[in-house]
Write a protein that binds this ligand. Structure first.
Ligand code: C2E
Ligand code: MG
Ligand code: MG
Length: 599
């Protein structure tokens, strides 16, 4: 059972960790008599579960326990809790090296023990007071420049509020702790001034960076910027709330670090300000604000020890996830130059004629060690790292060239669908990029269709309508991909110049077994037809699905029933032959159909 932390203003809390019950009893008795609150544990595991939430003012631990020194090290770095170690004289050096404040060598003497405990507590309080003083002094000196960052206490209180909300609601809370490294390469004469300026500039950049966080509204960005605190004269903590995954904190930290790493001019000198970042996630790295801050701080110390420009999570397994992602990203950087990216093309069939009317360009990555990596896996990485812009443009240009080649080879004209990422959609000159791709390939605009997702259309309102109208003015087609998984509102579809709806494959997969999915598919087809849109079913795998779609009046189908995405040279024979086997295919099972058509 975890005892609760005594209420504020209560006695100092001492955690006594020893295997020997008699030792625990003696110490406990003595300290309780001297007006301390005491919790006793007999293993390091049990003790560490207490310190996470019930933060003791001091720990007294027997050096003989398994894992004692590792824990002392973690505790003193992460929580800065004073620790007294019970040890024989030959263990003293090791204990002090692990971060112990002091050692107690048996035989235990009651009065002496109490004096050592009291002394260690006083030192710890004094240390914290000095830290606070440094903080207050710095804050006053640079008040104007630090304006907008919270004081430590306010920060902790707000973070505590967010943690409370996170326990009941959705989304992760993470804490970023960053330190402006003092040893950056400014000449000695300007060093002192430079340091101050460096911190000021870092804070300003950080605030700007937090405000302009991608994919957040202005209000959210402002709120984010307001959740930063100055912890010491060169350390800053920032709260991130409402994250989808804890790893997302890494994404933000990385972008901020990149921003902070840009060179600045201090006097006549151009310097770069190195920063180290530590990240901690709730609840894994701490249930409470102060534990989370401590965890993030120790992660920052680990990052700093590894060298400039490092970001570390408090937990090793998170660092492993990030490491794998980073190596994949580093490989992806070269994939384009090294010819590892390919495009395969999946046919899109007119259900009425069973002939190919178009293809969808689907990106493939042949990784030299990992083999074929799925776009579902690497497109998000390309998006996060910004690589999606050159890669996406390459796909667009190559797909246009390929379509023009087929036409030049005498193949009947088909349409080329290209998937667009949100970042491309936000790009300032998307219209120019598309126009150049068409011109350079000498492909008529009617031979290209761009696939967008519903989420891309949600945010910008009128500017999105304008952008889509400009794209349409080029003469290309516009499709909504994965329709039904997002907002799916009739009203908003009407606002945009869309030609095609692609029903998400999840509905097609389950429409014969799930009444809900068949109803949804039916209504999407009817709605699409009502708005004069071409309706495409994605992920068609069986004849029964095809028959049902035909009966509903769905225009086109795409899926493994016809063909997977194949290399470009395999497309021409398929276009010539079509899929006559599927002309007028009879329903394998019509029960679902009857249910829908004759309610
Ligand atoms: P998407 O645009 O919805 O593409 C359809 C995905 O469904 C493709 O997966 C395709 O191979 C798969 N599929 C097609 N027919 C069937 C079927 O009958 N059954 C099943 N189970 N799956 C089927 P793929 O190629 O793995 O691509 C996944 C996603 O990656 C795409 O989804 C698209 O969002 C993204 N993507 C692929 N290429 C690009 C690209 O060049 N640019 C961008 N931005 N995204 C791309
Ligand atoms: Mg698509
Ligand atoms: Mg899709």
């Amino acid at each position: 059972m975890t005892p609760d932390r005594p209420t504020p203003n209560s006695l100092p809390l001492i955690l006594v960790v020893a295997a020997d019950e008699a030792v625990r009893f003696d110490i406990g008795q003595g300290l309780t008599a001297a007006h301390y609150d005491v919790i006793e544990c007999d293993t390091v595991t049990e003790a560490s579960s207490f310190t996470l939430d019930t933060r003791p003012d001091l720990v007294l631990i027997d050096a003989n326990l398994t894992g004692a020194f590792e824990w002392v090290r973690a505790l003193t770095v992460a929580c800065r809790t004073p620790v007294l170690v019970l040890t024989l004289p030959n263990g003293v050096d090791q204990a002090l090296a692990a971060g112990a404040s002091d050692c107690i060598v048996p035989p235990l003497h009651g009065a002496l023990l109490r004096a050592r405990v009291e002394f260690a507590l006083r030192c710890s309080r004094a240390e914290r007071a000095v830290e606070r003083l440094t903080f207050d002094g710095a804050a006053q000196r640079d008040d104007a420049n630090h304006h907008g960052l919270l004081a430590y206490d306010t920060f902790v209180a707000r973070l505590e509020g967010k943690l409370g909300a996170a326990r009941t609601g959705k989304g992760h809370v993470a804490l970023m702790y960053l330190s402006v490294d003092h040893e950056f390469s400014a000449p000695a004469t300007v060093a002192a001034d430079a340091r101050r300026r460096a911190v000021q500039i870092t804070i300003q950049r950080l605030k700007d960076g937090l405000r302009s966080r991608d994919n957040v509204s202005q209000a959210e960005g402002e709120e984010q910027a307001a959740q930063a605190a100055l912890i010491s004269d060169h350390e800053i903590a920032v709260t991130f709330a409402g994250l989808e995954r804890a790893q997302d904190a890494y994404k933000i930290a990385r972008r901020l670090q990149h921003l902070l790493a840009q060179a600045i001019d201090i006097g006549e000198h151009r310097v770069r300000i190195p920063t180290s970042f530590g990240l901690a996630a709730h609840p894994e790295d701490g249930e409470r604000a102060e534990t989370l801050i401590s965890s993030a701080r120790s992660a920052m110390l680990a990052a700093r020890a590894e060298g400039q420009g490092t970001i570390r999570f408090a937990r090793p397994e998170m660092n492993q996830v990030i490491f794998e992602r980073l190596s994949l990203e580093a490989d992806l950087q070269h994939a384009l130059d090294r010819g590892q990216l390919l495009i395969h093309y999946q046919p899109r069939i007119a259900i009425g004629t069973s002939r190919i009317v178009g293809v969808e360009a689907l990106l493939r990555w042949k990784h030299p060690q990992l083999g074929l990596v799925s776009p579902a896996h690497f497109i998000p990485i390309a998006e996060e790292s910004g690589l999606i812009l050159p890669i996406g443009e390459w796909v667009l240009r190559e797909a246009c060239r390929q379509n023009a080649r087929w036409r030049a080879d005498g193949l009947e004209p088909i349409s080329m669908a290209v998937n667009l990422s949100p970042a491309q959609f936000r790009e300032t000159d998307l219209v120019g990029v598309v126009r150049r791709a068409l011109d350079d390939a000498q492909l008529p605009a009617s031979g290209l269709e761009l696939e967008l997702t519903e989420s891309m259309l949600l945010h910008k309102g009128d500017s999105t309508v304008k952008l889509l109208e400009n794209l349409k003015a080029l003469g290309i087609g516009l499709a909504i991909d994965d329709f039904g998984t997002g907002y799916s509102s009739l009203n908003y579809i009407k606002r945009f110049p869309i030609d095609t709806l692609k029903i998400d494959q999840s509905f097609i997969r389950d429409m014969l077994t799930s009444e809900q999915d068949s109803t949804l598919t039916t209504s999407i087809v009817l709605m699409g037809k009502g708005l004069n849109l071409t309706v495409v079913a994605e992920g068609v795998e069986t004849r029964s699905q095809l028959s049902l779609l035909r009966a509903l009046g769905c225009d086109q189908a795409q899926g493994f029933l016809f063909s997977r995405a194949v290399p470009p040279e395999e497309i021409a024979p398929l276009v010539r032959a079509g899929f006559p086997d599927f002309l007028g295919a009879k329903p394998g099972s019509s029960s679902g159909l009857r249910g829908i058509l004759n309610p």
